[in-house]
Ligand binder design. Sequence first.
Ligand SMILES: Nc1ncnc2c1ncn2[C@@H]1O[C@H](COP(=O)(O)OP(=O)(O)OP(=O)(O)O)[C@@H](O)[C@H]1O
Ligand SMILES: [Mg+2]
Length: 275
Amino acid sequence: MSSRDIYQLMVKAKEVLPYSLGKCVVSVSGKGGVGKTTFTALLLKALIEEGMDSILVVDADPDTNLPDVLGIEVKRTVGEVVTRMKKDIDEGKIPPGTDKELMLEAMISETLIEGSSFDMLVMGRPEGEGCYCFVNLLLTRILDRLTSNYRITLMDMEAGLEHVSRRTDRDVDIMVVVTDASKMGLLTAQRIRRLAREVHVEIRQLYVVGNQIPPELEGVVRKRAQDLALKYVGSIPFDKEIMEYNLVGRSLLELPSQNPAYAAVREIAQTIRLV
Ligand SMILES: Nc1ncnc2c1ncn2[C@@H]1O[C@H](COP(=O)(O)OP(=O)(O)OP(=O)(O)O)[C@@H](O)[C@H]1O
Ligand SMILES: [Mg+2]
């Protein structure tokens, strides 16, 4: 067997078992307010409870909601660091010969929140006008390197499609599109898939997850997903405890294991072979 055959076998195996062969990037997206952040938090809980180590969680939504839902305090975001770097470059404050990529990498690693069961990177947003092209190029390379240090990277994306066209996801192993019981929710999944092809973002697997869908409409949503050739992998029920935790600011990681919404996410994680 040639090395090319072996490589192709590995690529094929990775399609079947996305997690088992090393690094796996999971991106959670969908239209606004459908439950992306909630799903990300519950999936993280499922991974932790399965004893998975080496997890990086990326809050890629500029609105930065995930730390709140996980009860994590954020001191500095990547956006703030990037803004500072750009300002220093513009003002000529960086001495010639300085390796800017290395400098930015060191600054970003300082923003990394290291926990006992996972690490977290909060992107936030850069401030001010002007072109961030150069800094963004460095950022892309640094993030690629950082994610390759972890077995699994979970990314909570901002609502809509822009993250795909800006290639924030770059190549992902699993894209989970969360939807409510709406035509727009499912169309977002279809548009993400199309746009990814147009801008050459490789999504190895795209799955749709329903959230807070009235049980009597579940069949209709599944059928609509099927008509759009989308893989519907499960639904998360409406859950009063989630609402309550949100209201009092309690971490979703503390939900009891028998919570029905969490149990549904655990089952979805099994279906998509993450646990
Ligand atoms: N299954 C559920 N049961 C009860 N409440 C839920 C459930 N899923 C989400 N919620 C609540 O709905 C609201 C929106 O959820 P969430 O923040 O996860 O959505 P999102 O898609 O991340 O929103 P955004 O587009 O603003 O990022 C939150 O208040 C959350 O607590
Ligand atoms: Mg969110």
